[in-house]
Design a protein around this ligand. Sequence first.
Ligand SMILES: C[S@@+](CC[C@H](N)C(=O)[O-])C[C@H]1O[C@@H](n2cnc3c(N)ncnc32)[C@H](O)[C@@H]1O
Length: 251
Amino acid sequence: MLPNVKNMLYSSPELYDEAWAGMVDDIADTIRHVSQTYLTGAPGSILDAGCGTGRDLGELSTYVADCTGVDVQEPMVNYAASQHENITFQVADLRSMELGRQYEFVYCVGLVLSNLHDDNDFHAALSRLAVHTLPGGLFVMEVVNRPEELATDMPCDFTVGSLRGQSVYRMEHGKLIRERLWRSIDDESAEPVRDYVEFRTTSSDEGRAALARHGFEVLQVHDNRLLRPSEELNGWRLVFVARKTSDGAPS
Ligand SMILES: C[S@@+](CC[C@H](N)C(=O)[O-])C[C@H]1O[C@@H](n2cnc3c(N)ncnc32)[C@H](O)[C@@H]1O
C-alpha cells in the first residue's frame, strides 16, 4: 500500500500530532485564506484527502460544519475519529476513492501524493480527487518540489516527548530520500529507531500539467504554505491552488 515507508509517527498517531503541533505554517489558515479569496463565504463542505490524524480538519470544523477526512491507514482514521466526533472519517485509498458525493473545497496536503511514485497511481488519485470536487469548487494540492538543488528549508529536527528525531535528506534519481533517526533523550544507550521514506518529487510545470489534465484551472503556485510570492519556487514543497472547471474538462 505504502511502499518503502517506515515512519515511527504512523504507528503512534498521538506522537504524530505532538510532532507537528505548533508548526507556524498551519494548513487550516491556508484553507481559510484561499476560501476568503475565491469564495463568497466559508465553503459549504470540505474534504481532507489523506487526513492522517485529522488535526487540520479539527481546526477547520469550527469554520465549516460539513467536514470529511479520508486516509488509507485505518489506525490513523480510527485515531482521528476518536479525537473529532463532529467530523466524518473514512478509510479510503485516494486512487480508488468513491465517496458518492462532491465537496466545495478539497485539499490534499502533507506528503500524501508524494507517496505515489508510479505515474498511473498519481494520476488515478488526481482523477478521483477531481471527481469529488464540485464544478467551480476549489482544490489545494501540496507535493514535494523538485528544485535544481536540494532545498535548504527541509524540516530536520523534532522533539516528541522523550524522543529526538533527526532527518537527513538526499536526492536519488528524481526521488527525495529521507532517513530519520529517533533517539531517546533520557536513555542514550537505547537502540535508536530508524525511519526511511522515498518521496515522489513534482516540478511546478509537472504539477500544473497534471492539474489541467484532470479538469482544474491553476490559480496560484507557491513554494510555501503561507502563499508568500516566490519567483524561484525552490522551497521543498509546492502548494497549488486550483479551481475545478465548470464541466470538469481539461483546462
Ligand atoms: C505525512 S501524512 C499527512 C497527513 C495530513 N494530511 C497532515 O498534513 O497532517 C501522509 C498521509 O497520507 C496518507 N496516504 C498515503 N497514501 C495514501 C493513499 N493512497 N490514499 C489515502 N491516504 C494516503 C498516509 O496514510 C498518511 O496519513
